[in-house]
Write a protein that binds this ligand. Structure first.
Ligand code: ADP
Ligand code: ADP
Ligand code: MG
Length: 661
């Protein structure tokens, strides 16, 4: 494919969040003007502030804004951009959008539409890759979709099998079928999910590879028949088929396999006339065979680990290739150095089944960026994590000259990620990286499942010192650094020292911390323990010296304190003389766990249900959550229907619990 060379001076970034910010960073460095688009939910978002120009494109739901092709193209024409960068997600793999850009004479920074189409369906992609001599996961990816025929194919492949939506992505539309008896039900569920999420219920079947690793190859091709691979990334650490930790190089991968996979990936790219950045995903079996899984025809979320080990800027390469320039480097020139690890920081409550968490980020403090530590984020304190978009808050990427060094740096950096307001997986990520099997490189896509018990994050529990630190943060005493130095007050507080009692909720009732300002220091009492401390409070930072020495950051919001200790986040709640209402009627009244959309109602009024039966499926932030009966009973009322938007705690189902014998 040969296209004229152009000079890109202005680019519209058709995305939001961290990736929009990241793309604009490179554009700015290259002297290219950037144009942001934003929805109602994002009027003050970081990507809007980072751009040279910003345009409103519609209401919060992505279908009415970030996915509105006509609207985005209208803005692109009005702003007279030369090109559009689609980021990942949204329109990044949409061939129709690519065609419409071409028709409007705007370059889409991505592959040609034909290449997107070839890879859009996992079935078609597998057919093409088979022809190009790229090894495939054994399976069936044909057109015959009658359930009976599919079952026959599954039998031939041998159980367990994996059902996949041909148009699936983001870990959605996949079902593991351990044995034949479950096949038909799983097929139906998979087709329903595929129809709802991708508007198409074409299914393919793959042999389920046990204990594999996910190893993917970054490829790049230009318009002059050059194609190279930029080594691999290991993305085995996943939860529900969504990547959580990614690293490069893949631990323990030998050079021969690396080269073989790289060359297969380049063959794959050539087979479809690929241009730009792309990723070929492989499964690597325990015995070292690799199989093509799918190709992502865009920049990947985890591209920074490749940048860290190669020293390259992949967005710059994308722009250059789109301008019609040849690839900046040939295969022999590409080198890698050291080891990089990325973790995805999600707004989710890991203690509550990884439930996405929405709300305002009240407090956000990240480790300082350096040559070795990179933070790709699109939010600041005060921003909202809404139900409309992906729950990823930021990516934390570190580099070290060895894997051990990178791990050490990651643990330190995670300790310095301080976030309050929404629940996050930061504690869980720490347990993951600390795990001895992760540290030894024994990773597989089952890692999180297999080690669930070890990974269940136990938040550190407060002891007297933490309650004291919490009290010092809440305290209205004139501590040093807090604006009015205590010295000014000491003149009229001769014998009667300023003192304050703070009560916290503890496991067995209220717990008191007594603080007394005396001379230059604070006497703090909690239970049996008494400490004399010199305290300095500087904004959200406490500097404590004396009977113990500590520097911590904390955040107070009304009656709640978040204390960021070295062991992790500790939450304290001020005691309030209220009686926590025992929610015994939660068996009877089943509520939405968060803001979201009802996608499926599994029961009707009057129906008898058993304990554990599925009642309702609610979707939020690209994930489905099943609401199940806690106890056997009869459905008394169904309050919503599929498609309804519901807010957290909205009642969905009322059950009449069966009388217990
Ligand atoms: P995959 O799982 O397909 O290999 P990624 O892990 O890179 O790819 O991303 C999963 C899917 O979710 C992709 O379609 C990606 O574009 C989308 N996605 C992931 N994170 C975000 C985000 N923060 N915002 C928007 N889309 C996202
Ligand atoms: P998506 O488009 O959602 O990214 P993929 O086909 O890339 O879907 O698969 C996502 C993940 O599911 C993989 O990274 C891997 O962990 C797991 N997976 C996919 N296919 C298989 C398989 N045949 N056997 C075992 N695990 C698989
Ligand atoms: Mg994938």
């Amino acid at each position: 494919m040969q296209q004229d060379r152009i000079h890109i001076r202005k680019v519209l970034v058709a995305n939001r969040g961290e990736i929009a910010c990241r793309v604009m960073r490179t554009l700015r460095r290259m002297g290219i003007e950037s144009v942001a688009v934003y929805s109602d939910a994002d009027a003050e978002a970081q990507h809007v502030l980072a751009a040279d120009e910003a345009h409103w494109i519609g209401p919060a739901p992505a279908t009415e804004s970030y996915l509105d092709m006509a609207r985005i193209l209208a803005v692109a024409e009005q702003a007279e951009v030369d090109a559009i960068h689609p980021g990942y997600g949204f329109l990044s793999e949409n061939a129709e959008f690519a065609r419409r850009c071409a028709a409007a004479n705007i370059r889409l920074i991505g592959p040609p539409p034909e290449a997107m189409e070839a890879m859009a369906s996992k079935s078609r992609a597998k057919a093409i890759m088979g022809e190009a001599d790229v090894p495939l996961v054994p399976g069936y990816h044909g057109d015959d979709q009658t359930p009976e025929r599919l079952l026959e194919h599954a039998r031939e492949i041998g159980f367990p099998v994996l059902l996949k939506a041909a148009l699936g992505g983001g870990g959605k539309g996949m079902r593991l079928v351990p044995q034949e008896a479950e096949f038909m039900d799983a097929l139906e569920a998979c087709q329903r999910e595929a129809r709802a999420a991708f508007g198409d219920d074409h299914i393919l079947i793959e042999k389920y590879i046990t204990q594999p690793r996910h190893v993917e190859i970054q490829v790049f091709a230009d318009m002059h028949d050059n194609a190279v691979y930029l080594f691999e990334r290991d993305c085995s650490i996943q939860r529900r088929h969504q990547k959580v930790v990614e690293e490069a190089p893949a631990p323990g991968l030998d050079d021969a396999t690396r080269r073989a996979m790289g060359e297969a990936a380049v063959r794959a790219a050539r087979a479809i006339g690929y241009v730009g950045a792309g990723t070929i995903e492989f499964l690597l079996s325990a015995s070292g065979e690799y199989y093509f899984m799918e190709m992502n025809t865009r920049l990947q979320v985890e591209h920074p680990v490749t940048e860290m080990i190669t020293g390259l800027d992949l967005v710059e390469w994308q722009v250059r290739v789109s301008e019609g320039q040849p690839l900046p480097q040939a295969q022999e020139q590409l080198t890698r150095q050291g080891h990089a690890i990325e973790v995805r920081i999600y707004a989710e409550d890991t203690a509550q089944g990884f439930l996405p968490s929405t709300g305002t980020i009240e407090h956000l403090h990240m480790p300082a960026a350096s040559e070795y530590v990179r933070i790709d984020s699109g939010v600041v304190a005060g921003d909202e994590i809404s139900v409309y978009y992906d729950p990823m808050i930021a990516k934390l990427i570190v580099w070290g000259d060895s894997r051990e060094a990178a791990i050490r740096r990651m643990l330190r950096a995670l300790q310095q990620c301080h976030l309050a307001g929404v629940a996050t997986n930061i504690g869980f990520l720490r347990s993951l990286i600390e795990h001895s099997h992760f540290q030894s490189g024994a990773v597989s896509t089952h890692f999180i499942e297999d080690h669930a018990a070890d990974l269940a994050y136990d938040p550190p529990q407060p002891a007297a010192r933490e309650y004291i630190l919490g009290a010092l943060l809440i305290s209205t005493l004139p501590l040093a650094g807090s604006g009015e130095p205590w010295q000014e007050l000491s003149g009229f507080q001769l014998n009667d020292f300023p003192a304050q009692r703070v009560l916290f909720e503890a496991a067995d009732g209220p717990l008191a911390v007594d603080l007394e300002l005396q001379g230059g220091s604070v006497t703090a009492r909690c239970g049996e323990e008494t400490y004399r401390l010199d305290v300095r409070r500087d904004g959200d930072e406490l500097d404590v010296a004396g009977d113990f020495n500590l520097r911590v950051r904390g955040y107070c919001d009304g009656d709640r304190v978040a204390l960021f200790t070295a062991a992790g986040l500790i939450r304290l709640v001020r005691y309030q003389y209220r009686h926590a209402q025992q929610d015994s009627d939660s068996d009877q009244h089943l509520k939405a766990p968060m803001n979201g959309r009802v996608v499926h109602i599994a029961v009707t009024e009057g129906q008898q249900v058993a304990k554990g039966d599925l009642l309702v499926t609610v979707e939020a932030m690209k994930m489905e959550h099943s609401i199940r009966a806690h106890k056997p009973g009869r459905v008394k009322a169904v309050f919503h229907q599929a498609g309804d938007l519901v807010s957290a705690d909205a009642e969905l189902i009322e059950l009449e619990i069966d009388e217990e014998e």
